[in-house]
Design a protein around this ligand. Sequence first.
Ligand SMILES: Nc1nc2c(ncn2[C@@H]2O[C@H](COP(=O)(O)OP(=O)(O)OP(=O)(O)O)[C@@H](O)[C@H]2O)c(=O)[nH]1
Length: 204
Amino acid sequence: MSGNKVDIKVVLLGKSYAGKTCLVERYLHERFNGETVPYQNTIGAAFGAKKVDVNGKKIVLGIWDTAGSERYESMSRIYYRNAKAAILCFDLTDKSSFDRIRFWIGELQTHEEACKIYICATKKDIIDADPNTRDVNEKEAQALAKDVMAELYETSSKTGENINELFMAIAQYYLETVKTTEVKEDMIYLNEVKKRLPCSCKST
Ligand SMILES: Nc1nc2c(ncn2[C@@H]2O[C@H](COP(=O)(O)OP(=O)(O)OP(=O)(O)O)[C@@H](O)[C@H]2O)c(=O)[nH]1
């Protein structure tokens, strides 16, 4: 990492009102304005960045909070292009928001194959306070996550539960993958060197 360079592009996708902006607000600024400020839909997208320390390595996450409104859907590809991680948000109290993430999974699988998917079930505090408000079956969410090899996090932007954990997992996975790639590249390089060695070298 050098200067203000963004190391990992992370994009948030999901239905309008799913809780994407609050998730980013909580992570970047450790605050939740949901009880004091009326809901305002995101227009286009918003960008924020945060430097994190993963086992002594500092990396910068560049986070794109996209608009959930279907009106802006065609623009979303601009925001998820080259993203290393996508957080697909759904609201635990709204089944239609869960159904919507299948659309985003399809988009990413078609256009951004290398992007790692994280599924984020938001507003956990609401269902903790009243389990009857749960509109998405936990097993169904787990099954979908397993299907697409995604990790599933249940979060609350009100309490902050699981939010640092989610972004830390993204950063850690990124670093592990970078390391693996470097190792792979070294291996390829060694193979190439072996292939090019003159025959006389084999016996030495
Ligand atoms: N209790 C509770 N309310 C939440 C939580 N997250 C979001 N909300 C509320 O849900 C509403 C929508 O949240 P936003 O974060 O603005 O939703 P969004 O997905 O960014 O919406 P768009 O910008 O339209 O795409 C707001 O009224 C928030 O206060 C949460 O974790 N707990």
